[in-house]
Ligand binder design. Structure first.
Ligand code: GDP
Ligand code: CA
Length: 331
């Protein structure tokens, strides 16, 4: 069975870990073939800091599936040290709100060096995964640089003549990490996305899939940006494979993180149904938490209620199994 999943960082990676655990317990599909999982990773969180190109979501997937992740935190390396960060701080190097661990820096050095030699991000990611052996084919959504920027009020800026307050755009990482998404986002923009092309293999992975899965990743800045890569959403609409998703919203709130601030910025309510509505042009099945079962879902979407907290490996594998079972029902 060929499974293609779209994924952001922590939510996506945890779900994928559960998916692989579930598949490990069933090494072949009913036809006797092996399972192949392709992950299309969000690259719009990417940022250049201290001259290093950082791909937080790709790395979270790679470390989580490759056994290098900090387990409680859900991102960054296990057993990390911060000698370089301490030295940078001693130099007063900005930005100080984003700390890179020493082990993690090695990944960014490798990536930056290869990009500098002219390799596309997809080749770089493949090379990094040769070490981590994540058990999936990890593809960046695009080889072209795309960066999510957030437009916020600028209290220091001059208001316009008509009194409209000044605004400024900050990188998504600054809004998320430094400002904790507590400053209202007036707009969320994926800079560079209009000119971007899907990375090699991405459209094929969607067209040739037996099932397309949307893990419980952020619907705006993870899944939303992947779908906004030109041609990608059309490919998902056109694929013959059933598309099933897992709600990142339980009982009107995101489980971890501040996805509600992103949904508010695009004028969408924080509910399982409203997120399903964002995908209604292609979504076949939607897993929601038991308490959300009676919400009004978009027409044509088959709803299934199961516990959706990825509290441990077993619970997460059960969610993945429920997603695949729902896809089988739809096929
Ligand atoms: P990020 O890039 O690290 O922010 O991670 P993702 O975009 O992949 O996932 C973030 C989303 O995961 C958030 O909107 C959370 O609501 C969702 N999430 C995190 N943990 C869980 C969980 O245990 N269950 C469900 N259903 N969603 C979760
Ligand atoms: Ca992310």
């Amino acid at each position: 069975m060929r499974i293609t999943a779209l994924a952001g960082g922590v939510g996506g990676a945890r779900f994928l870990r559960g998916l692989l655990d579930h598949l490990d317990s069933r090494p072949t599909d009913p036809s006797g073939g092996p399972h192949e999982v392709t992950v299309i990773g969000n690259t719009a969180d990417d940022v250049t800091l201290h001259g290093l190109r950082i791909c937080p979501d790709l790395d979270t997937v790679m470390y989580t599936l490759g056994g290098g992740i900090h387990p409680e935190q859900g991102w960054g390396r296990a057993g990390e040290t911060f000698g370089v960060a301490d030295e940078l701080r001693a130099y007063g190097a900005e930005p100080q709100w984003f700390t890179l661990g020493d082990r993690d820096i090695a990944t960014h050095l490798m990536r930056t060096r290869m990009l500098g030699l002219g390799y596309p991000l997809s080749s770089v990611t493949e090379a990094l995964c040769a070490r981590w052996q994540p058990g999936v084919r990890l593809l960046p959504m695009s080889d072209d640089p795309i960066e999510t920027h957030v437009v916020i009020d600028d209290p220091e800026g001059e208001p316009a003549d008509d009194g409209t307050p000044a605004v400024k755009a900050v990188h998504f990482q600054e809004w998320w990490v430094r400002l904790h998404a507590a400053v209202p986002a007036r707009q969320i923009l994926a800079v560079g996305i209009e000119q971007a092309k899907p990375a090699p293999g991405v459209l094929e992975a969607i067209a040739d899939a037996d099932v397309v899965v949307l893990p419980p990743s952020n619907p705006v800045v993870s899944i939303g940006t992947i779908l906004a890569v030109p041609g990608l959403r059309d490919a998902i609409r056109a694929t013959k494979a059933p598309v099933v998703g897992v709600s990142p919203i339980i009982g009107g709130a995101p489980v971890r993180g501040m996805a509600d601030a992103c949904l508010t910025a695009i004028g969408v309510e924080t509910s399982a149904a409203a997120v399903a509505d964002l995908y209604s042009d292609f979504l076949g099945g939607w897993l929601v938490a038991p308490g959300d079962a009676d919400s009004k879902m978009p027409e044509g979407v088959t709803l299934k209620a199961v516990p959706l907290l990825m509290s441990d490996a077993e619970a997460t594998a059960a969610i993945a199994r429920a997603a695949l079972d729902l896809a089988t029902e739809l096929r």
